[in-house]
Design a protein around this ligand. Structure first.
Ligand SMILES: [Zn+2]
Length: 632
């Protein structure tokens, strides 16, 4: 084709009413030079610069070359149609390009015959085991939606990658949470150290005013780069591990929109407890698919949880357990029940000392008597033992020593075991004890009347005169207990079958010659004294940092606590068993409000309505509904 024919084609094309959808751009300056040369100089083989050299921006190119060249060429800024460039057809381009080298610039026409616009981002692809990072730019057609972006990039990658990826859905785009004053070098450094803060792009609007895009590429049979940073790789060196832990810790402290539902508390615990999060994220089955998605999104700080309660959840298997009384007991201080929480880090002496501030006590450890009995037995207490070794089914009494009990020589000391009884005329059991044994001490040198007052003051505060007038043999009488088999002599009459001598009320010295004396306090009629200990529903629970069980082998142990069913029995300690650490707690704070606590790096965090805070100390009496234990 002659040059003049090409010029005619170009001029004819300019007069077209309807352009094709795809047009080629031609530099106005370049074509004017060409036309002038052809028309006026009538030359053949005109020497020309490369086509479009003046309108193309040679300094720019996409990191990833799109399959369609429309998106690969960069124009200089602020160019205008018919001033800087004109449209030509593909046919004209071919003719010109066969004569001259140049830059092909294809564009798609939009409304009013305008060419498509582009947005340019700094673009950084990342993938696992990456050695080198590319600094570059990538342009996106401003009309693309997210799935078009993904599809264009995936197509581009499949033609250029030297490694294998899954067929589809193998990329994920991120923006930086904080782009201010950052640089490529800084970003790469942060990516390498896995402390970069990124935000997954779900909506095109997230790209507004953003400069950087990170492209995460999932390799075949491997995960995404950013997915991997979530997993704690135990084999990594300690420095990196710490860095990762800190990062995980910080990330875990994202906030849910409404953290007061049981569901959001569950998710918060799942997300925050490394072992559980990894279990969910690394599980390759579909078992936790939805959960995985939620945790991943939450992990990157997304707040799109609005729909989470509509999704089909697969909670981790939970163990239904009843909290037993194992951590509780009641100590009676002067017959008044005081519920205490037995902290397993204390011994019994420390437990008693913690009770000495009670208004009715306020004295030192050596001035009190702490004893352990039920209706039939009394136990010696070893104060050095841990508090949790206190036996079940016993009543613990704590009171100040009475004057009769003080300063007793060891050789004169008698232990008096007081049984409160009612008289029953049935068979051998003539005296029926109805309350736990009470213990007191008295000297052999004390008088019988002192013994009466000592015993009386175990139940009520009463002086000598009142006792003699109102109690003695009126409401109750004191008897020495004999061995009904006749093998033990009566403490008082020295007979074997005296059938219980009454304790006299006089000034004579006791001088029993025996170290332990049992005395029945026989009531004339059943009094409304403290009835046998009836446990109530416990509404609190001591949160054990560590938990030993032999019935569970799982790494993760989630205890679903039913506070309504807490039962006061069956304390059990396992020694050859698995040790679990408490790492998460969900507490019910009202009828339908919950809050949770998570242990991160040995620090407890409390998540309330819309914030979190560090807590140094967990209250022992949380109204727990779920406990998360992780095997050590
Ligand atoms: Zn006797």
């Amino acid at each position: 084709m002659k040059l003049i024919e090409i010029v005619q084609l170009i001029e004819a094309f300019q007069k077209e009413q309807y352009y094709p959808e795809i047009v080629y751009l031609l530099s106005k300056n370049w074509i004017q030079t060409f036309i002038n040369s052809v028309k006026f100089d009538n030359q053949q083989n005109i020497p020309m610069k490369p086509i479009n050299h003046d309108i193309v921006d040679e300094t720019k190119s996409n990191v990833l070359q799109y399959q369609d060249d429309i998106y690969n060429s960069f124009l200089k800024d602020n160019l205008r149609r018919n001033v800087d460039y004109i449209y030509i057809s593909q046919q004209i381009w071919s003719h010109l390009n066969s004569l001259y080298d140049g830059y092909c610039i294809k564009r798609q026409l939009r409304n009013l015959n305008q060419i498509n616009e582009f947005i340019i981002f700094h673009f950084i692809p990342v993938y696992q085991f990456q050695q080198h990072f590319i600094e570059g730019i990538q342009q996106f057609d401003s009309s693309w939606n997210m799935s078009q972006i993904i599809s264009h990039l995936e197509n581009a990658l499949q033609n250029q990658l030297s490694f294998q990826t899954p067929k589809t859905n193998f990329i994920s785009l991120y923006t930086l949470k904080n782009e201010n004053q950052t640089s490529f070098v800084q970003i790469v450094q942060e990516v390498k150290e896995k402390r970069i803060e990124v935000e997954n792009i779900k909506e095109i609007t997230q790209l507004r005013n953003k400069k950087y895009i990170l492209l995460d590429i999932k390799l075949l049979n491997k995960g995404f780069f950013f997915e991997k940073t979530q997993q704690i790789n135990q084999d990594k060196n300690e420095g990196l591990l710490n860095q990762e832990y800190i990062e995980n810790c910080r990330r875990g402290l994202s906030l849910f929109e409404n953290q007061q539902t049981l569901l959001s508390c569950m998710l918060k615990c799942y997300e925050n407890i490394d072992a559980i999060r990894n279990e969910i994220l690394c599980n390759l089955t579909y078992k936790y698919q939805n959960l995985k998605q939620i945790i991943q999104e939450s992990y990157y700080g997304f707040t799109d949880y609005v729909y989470y309660d509509l999704m089909d959840y697969e909670f981790l298997e939970e163990k239904q357990v009843l909290i037993t009384k194992s951590r509780y007991d009641a100590v009676y201080i002067y017959n008044n029940e005081n519920r205490i929480i037995i902290n397993n880090q204390r011994n019994i002496k420390q437990l008693v000392e913690s009770l000495l501030i009670h208004p009715q006590l306020q004295c030192d450890f050596n001035s009190v008597l702490f004893e352990c009995s039920n209706e039939y037995y009394t136990e010696e207490i070893d104060f050095a033992k841990p508090a949790y070794s206190l036996k079940e089914g016993y009543k613990y009494q704590l009171r100040k020593l009475m004057w009769q009990e003080r300063n007793i020589n060891n050789e004169d000391k008698i232990e008096i075991r007081v049984h409160q009884c009612i008289y029953e005329n049935i068979g051998y059991q003539q005296y029926k004890p109805f309350a736990a044994i009470l213990k007191c001490y008295i000297s052999q040198q004390a008088k019988f009347s002192d013994l009466h007052l000592l015993v009386a003051n175990l139940f009520e505060e009463i002086n000598f005169e009142n006792y003699k007038e109102l109690r003695l043999n009126k409401r109750y009488s004191l008897y020495f207990q004999t061995d009904q088999q006749g093998s033990i002599k009566c403490t008082f009459c020295q007979q074997k079958l005296c059938n219980n001598c009454q304790v006299p009320f006089n000034d004579k010295s006791l001088k029993f010659g025996s170290r332990v004396i049992n005395i029945y306090v026989v009531y004339e009629e059943m009094l409304s004294v403290t009835s046998a200990y009836q446990p109530e529903i416990f509404d609190n629970y001591f949160l054990r940092q560590y938990f030993e069980v032999d019935w569970a082998k799982d790494k993760i142990l989630i205890l679903n606590i039913n506070q309504e069913q807490i039962k006061p029995y069956n304390i059990k300690y396992y020694f050859d068993s698995h040790l679990y650490q408490l790492q998460g707690i969900i507490e019910k704070v009202s009828q339908n409000e919950y809050q949770c606590y998570c242990l991160k790096q040995q620090q407890w965090y409390k998540y309330t309505k819309n914030k979190f805070q560090m807590v140094d100390h967990l209250d022992d009496d949380l109204n727990v509904v779920k406990l998360f234990y992780i095997r050590k």
